[in-house]
Design a protein around this ligand. Structure first.
Ligand SMILES: [Zn+2]
Length: 446
């Protein structure tokens, strides 16, 4: 099913252009002048760093006046994004009505980037309000495919990124889903697809916007990074005059992300690490903490978020946002995808956007405080425990074997807990973060 979809050119219109992706020399020069962290200089990826550098979780009783709650209050007072004069880059263009597309049907091949200009249908019933996005008006009770172009390439070679939109028949919040901000993280692509394609706009209250593959150039090259070797998830909310990554981030943030009330940014582990399906959320922010309660059966790990991350920038902008981590990069993992889709379905139900036919009991997320255990020796890592295992303090989690000296170095759990993330067996250097151990924490607000 996925393969069929991946081969579908309408969603991946630019696949054949991958060889032509380039960075204009002037842009590259400008990028060099900025003092940004390139991937070569990054000591760790956000999967580890995000948790290790996090501010400690405050006690559940403390309810700080989070920036997000202030901003979201302001947001509600301001006109809705339905107004044609909403402050987006696209807003000055003539708004066209987006065609109503049954997302369950396989998309036809797009013949040219301008093709959709002529596809507008006018016979759709008017119900609630239109949803203005990316220069189109999406009518209530319809779903469609739009395209986002960061305009960073040679105009004639521009490679629009598909954006799936469901505008429900009734009013409600706007939920956005982003996949493959890191181009090699595949589970999120499928989680977005299944979640979106299961929705019937006639039965949805609110809107769901899904970008299955945010980093299309990275995806085409099987790379986590952008063509300029930058990590897109370190450049939000971006800037219109900065590096390639800044510009892409800015375009996405202004044209799509600011339209969202809630955002779930879907990632996987990196550097051959795998994750139990889990959320990363700033539990010190009451609005974010409340959002996490909608994801049933999910592990929730507190992390205040690093500067430049999409999650951090979106929360700063008053959008309730969590990162979902599911499985490992470069793989499609059915169990992880299932867990992700189920928890997003649960979220939409708890937010009043859909009603589920059946719910098994009233499952709640499980909250964890966590730490990463690093190896002290280089060698070959062999694990003794499985992902999700419950471990006791001092328990041997695995060994690093030195292939030259034949030394075996055990790695032990520093506390009782659950293995919520771990490295797959591989060659490691001293200092590599190998096991992410979570200890259950109190539920926020109780
Ligand atoms: Zn990622």
């Amino acid at each position: 099913m996925l393969l069929k979809w991946l081969k579908n050119p309408a969603l991946l219109t630019g696949l054949t252009l991958s060889a032509l992706i380039t960075v204009h020399p002037a842009l590259a020069d400008q990028a060099k002048k900025t003092s940004e962290v390139l991937i070569a200089e990054l000591a760790e990826d956000e999967s580890v760093e995000d948790v290790e550098n996090s501010e400690p979780r405050k006690s559940a009783q403390v309810k700080p006046a989070g920036k997000a709650s202030k901003d979201s209050a302001q947001k509600e007072e301001s006109p809705t994004t339905d107004q044609p004069d909403s402050a987006t880059v696209e807003s000055k263009k003539t708004q066209k009505v987006a065609p109503n597309i049954d997302l369950k049907e396989v998309a036809p091949v797009a013949e040219s980037p301008d093709q959709d200009e002529t596809q507008a249908e006018t016979s759709e019933p008017e119900k609630a309000t239109n949803f203005s996005l990316l220069g189109s008006e999406v009518r209530p009770g319809t779903s469609t495919r739009l395209a986002w172009s960061p305009n960073i390439q040679i105009a004639g070679l521009s490679q629009p990124t598909p954006v799936l939109v469901v505008n429900g028949v009734n009013q409600g919040p706007t939920l956005c889903l982003t996949g493959a901000v890191h181009g090699d993280e595949l589970n999120g692509i499928e989680i977005v697809r299944r979640t979106m394609y299961d929705l019937n706009p006639e039965k949805v209250s609110g809107r769901v916007v899904g970008i299955p593959i945010v980093n299309l150039p990275g995806f085409q090259q099987g790379s986590r990074y952008l063509p300029d070797r930058r990590d897109l998830n370190r450049h939000f909310p971006g800037s219109p005059n900065g590096s390639l990554a800044d510009r892409i981030a800015h375009s996405l943030f202004e044209n799509v992300i600011r339209k969202c009330d809630m955002l779930v940014d879907i990632h996987t582990g990196s550097q051959k690490r795998t994750n139990l399906p889990q959320l990363r959320a700033d539990m010190n922010n009451p609005d974010v903490a409340a959002l996490t309660r909608g994801f049933d059966r999910m592990a929730v790990v507190h992390s205040s978020g690093s500067p430049g991350m999409l999650r951090t920038a979106a929360v700063e902008a008053g959008i309730r946002t969590v990162t979902m981590e599911a499985g490992e990069s470069h793989r499609i993992q059915e169990q992880q995808i299932d867990a992700g889709v189920n928890s997003l379905t649960s979220l939409m139900e708890k937010e009043g956007m859909i009603s589920r036919m059946f719910v098994w009991g009233d499952p709640e997320p499980v909250y964890y405080d966590s730490n990463w255990i690093r190896v002290d020796h280089g060698g070959i890592l062999f694990s003794e425990v499985d992902l999700g295992a419950r471990v006791s303090e001092g328990e041997v989690l695995g060994y690093v074997a030195d292939p030259i000296t034949n030394a075996q170095h055990p790695i032990r759990a520093s506390s009782k807990g659950r293995i919520i993330g771990m490295a797959v067996d591989q060659v490691v250097m001293a200092g590599f973060a190998a096991y992410h151990v979570g200890t259950e924490a109190e539920v926020p607000g109780e």
